[in-house]
Design a protein around this ligand. Structure first.
Ligand SMILES: NC(=O)c1ccc[n+]([C@@H]2O[C@H](COP(=O)([O-])OP(=O)(O)OC[C@H]3O[C@@H](n4cnc5c(N)ncnc54)[C@H](OP(=O)(O)O)[C@@H]3O)[C@@H](O)[C@H]2O)c1
Length: 281
């Protein structure tokens, strides 16, 4: 089902979505699919023919996603999306969801570790719990997700893992606990690509730049603090932040057979952004 062994099958461009490859028949689990980048990935995968499982803590957001998807999806809506409300940092919940998703879809061909974020502020304000929570949410969940998914991907004959890191894991910025966790995710992807390569499982990291997401931090800054926002966007040569859809397209490509030659890579999608925050570095 995965078609990952050498990518013999020719990719077909999706009508109306230039540059995006079809994912027909792929069975993909995405963590954190109700907002921001994760939501965009789920919508794009469904629109390009994949069956998608996703989780988040807020059940109402999952219901809203389910209700809105059939209109956008060109797959049969029934069974195209499988969701569960859970906290992926809780013991065994993520592992059980991977198992349930594979049972629902009859296997898995890809996983995307997308949920993530930072806890605490700068070095002197953040405590040990902030460092552990940030590690668990980003690195811990990624390692547990991949470990739980490997038997299912192996059973499919191979597959693709995409780890959503950040340019903060590559360029210095405030909140070192976040950057350090994101850097660890980039390392994890490169190492696991070697470890899992014999099973035809590809692993890649994608590092978004600061994304302009409606209602979130940078969007609020855009309307409430235009001077700071202008200073911030000056860090991007083209003068605008990357969008979640631009990042989601790269994730979709890495899940597709069209990227069969790519593994162990770190792919920044940041429009050549320099400092990852308006506070410089
Ligand atoms: N935003 C940016 O500019 C930016 C830049 C570079 C990299 N990134 C990375 O890109 C990824 C997505 O970021 P985003 O800003 O799009 O995220 P977001 O808007 O904060 O959404 C996070 C998603 O993950 C879910 N989630 C969070 N904690 C969870 C938990 N403990 N258990 C289960 N689900 C959980 C959220 O739902 P619930 O809250 O309902 O659980 C939501 O669906 C992250 O890895 C982030 O580090 C973001």
């Amino acid at each position: 089902m995965s078609g990952d062994r050498g990518g013999e099958s020719a990719p077909v461009a999706a009508p109306g979505l230039p540059g995006v490859f079809r994912l027909d028949g792929k069975r993909v689990l995405v963590t954190g699919g109700t907002r921001g980048l994760g939501e965009q990935i789920v919508r794009l995968l469904a629109a390009t023919g994949a069956r998608v499982a996703t989780c988040a803590r807020t059940a109402e957001d999952l219901r809203a996603l389910e209700a809105s998807l059939p209109a956008e999806s060109d797959t049969s809506p029934s069974g195209a999306l499988f969701t569960e409300a859970l906290d992926l940092t809780a013991p065994d919940r993520l592992e059980a969801f991977v198992q349930a998703s594979s049972e629902r879809f009859g296997g898995l061909d890809g996983v995307v570790a997308c949920a993530g974020g930072a806890r605490g502020r700068g070095l002197e304000e953040a405590d040990a719990r902030d460092w552990s929570a940030t590690w668990e949410l980003n690195v811990g969940h990624t390692a547990r997700l991949v470990k739980a998914a490997v038997p299912h991907l192996r059973h499919s004959g191979g597959g693709s893992v995409v780890v959503v890191a950040s340019i903060s894991g590559w360029k210095p910025g405030p909140q070192a606990q976040y950057g350090a966790a994101k850097a660890a995710q980039i390392h994890l992807a490169a190492s696991l690509a070697r470890e899992l390569g014999p099973d035809h499982i590809r692993v890649n990291a994608v590092s978004p730049g600061s994304m302009l997401i409606p209602g979130k931090r940078w969007d609020r800054m855009r309307t409430e603090e235009p001077a700071s926002y202008a200073r911030f966007t000056a860090e991007v040569p083209a003068g605008r932040l990357v969008t979640p859809l631009e990042v989601a397209r790269v994730v979709a490509f890495l899940l597709s057979d069209a990227s069969s030659g790519v593994s162990g890579a770190h792919v920044p999608v940041d429009r050549a952004q320099n400092a990852p925050t308006p506070n410089g570095y």
